[in-house]
Design a protein around this ligand. Structure first.
Ligand SMILES: Nc1ncnc2c1ncn2[C@@H]1O[C@H](COP(=O)(O)OP(=O)(O)OP(=O)(O)O)[C@@H](O)[C@H]1O
Ligand code: NI
Length: 391
């Protein structure tokens, strides 16, 4: 499957917000792919740029934000195809779809998006069934009565009991988990090839979250729908994802199949994220939060953006911006993995942005004091964003 054209290909995507305080580089050169039927995770802490990346794919970035560079190709069509000219102005290619085409051809029908808060997507003054029926009528060439039948079938499909009765109820009569099921029904109703889900289970309790994740897994198998799943939770990633992109401050810093990411972790940030999830062998009290706070995307740290918090940081990390690619041969790490033997099972490349895996002299470089080492030394638990580096 990795040989065929991906369903979605994101290349060097950059989205910035032009604010009074400065330019926020929310998404800063992100590339990844989603294969047909694949469930791809986009994971990282709050502010990493996950939602802005998801909105950029759908061309739903709000003012004062703008996509300033990059290409997004979906089934051979250019959802985004923007280049920055040398003079700083932006050039959209001829092939890039118009806003109208995005509305009529792409959103809802081809790619559906589900948000964290169902109340933002559901209108409180109309019945759940009515909204679902209207959405189906708008997007599929069916009559009103057919649309109603499809709507009830979809409600049943996502596990809503007595769908004929619940069809006539209002959103506030549904629990949080049931409302999220309604949104999944709505997303699936037009049989899209891709569903982008932006933290749809984050507000739910763990049991309900587990039920929704099981549901998504079943539906994906049945309909062959691909998902781009945005989350900050590595536990969720472990449960449902096939492949994963880890984001830090606007950049993807590690990408791999899910087993490689968990059992052959390369990036210290990914390691830190993994340490922060509960495991059967550890109590909740002993979880390690990641030291420090993510710096601002207006003025990201030089070199590797994670160096201010990284337990492995050395002088070289402050200057060298890591290349994103397979670990290099000749790089001196404890665990050098030859690029062509690094994958377990599937053929997916394992890519990482960390100078430990480049032959740039990491091993001879002096260790850096930073928020992470400070925290160990002084027992500090809270540090202010950005300010400790002094560079
Ligand atoms: N409308 C806006 N104006 C200015 N900056 C924005 C705007 N929307 C997002 N940003 C900035 O873009 C960056 C990325 O935000 P984004 O919402 O994509 O993060 P996220 O990874 O989805 O985090 P969360 O887990 O909190 O949802 C942040 O620095 C955020 O402050
Ligand atoms: Ni978000």
């Amino acid at each position: 499957m990795s040989q065929s054209e991906p369903l979605l290909k994101v290349e060097n995507l950059k989205t910035q917000f032009f604010t009074e305080e400065g330019t926020v580089r929310a998404v800063d050169g992100v590339s990844f792919e989603v294969q047909q039927g694949e469930l791809v995770g986009l994971v990282g802490e709050s502010g990493a740029g996950k939602s802005v990346a998801a909105q950029s794919i759908m061309r739903l970035v709000e003012e004062p934000g703008r996509i300033v560079d990059g290409t997004v190709t979906y089934k051979g069509r250019k959802l985004v195809d923007i280049q920055e000219r040398p003079d700083g102005t932006l050039e959209e290619s001829e092939e890039m779809l118009s806003q109208r085409e995005m509305r009529t051809d792409i959103r809802g029908r081809e790619i559906a998006i589900i948000f964290q808060d169902p109340m933002e997507s559901l209108n409180p003054v109309f019945t759940v069934g009515g909204q679902l029926r209207e959405f189906i009528e708008l997007n599929r060439e069916v009559s009103g009565s057919e649309a109603k039948k499809i709507a009830i079938d979809m409600l049943r499909e996502v596990g809503i009991p007595e769908p004929e009765t619940r069809y006539d109820e209002y959103p506030h009569q549904f629990s949080g988990g049931m409302r999220q099921r309604v949104l999944i029904a709505m997303a699936l109703a037009c049989e899209p090839s891709l569903i982008i889900a932006d933290e749809p289970t984050t507000a739910l309790d763990v049991t309900v979250e587990g039920q929704i994740l099981d549901l998504v897994d079943d539906l994906r198998e049945k309909y062959g729908t691909a998902f781009l799943w945005v989350t900050h939770d590595m536990g969720v990633v472990a449960e449902i994802c096939d492949s994963v992109n880890v984001m830090y401050l606007g950049e993807v810093i590690e990408q791999a199949g899910v087993d490689d990411l968990f059992y052959d972790t390369k990036h210290p940030y990914t390691e830190a994220l993994l340490r922060s999830i509960p495991r059967p062998d550890r109590t909740v009290e002993s979880l390690d939060p990641i030291s420090g706070v993510m710096p601002e995307a207006i003025n990201p740290p030089s070199g590797c953006r994670f160096h201010t918090r990284c337990p492995d940081a050395r002088e070289v990390c402050r200057e060298a911006h890591p290349k994103h690619g397979p670990p290099e041969e000749g790089a001196t790490t404890d665990d050098p993995t030859p690029p062509d033997q690094g994958t377990t099972g599937d053929e997916r490349d394992h890519l990482v942005s960390c100078v430990k895996y480049e032959a740039v002299g990491y091993e001879h470089s002096e260790p850096l004091e930073n928020e992470s080492t400070d925290a160990f030394a002084g027992g500090l638990s809270e540090l202010r964003a950005g300010g400790e580096d002094g560079e």
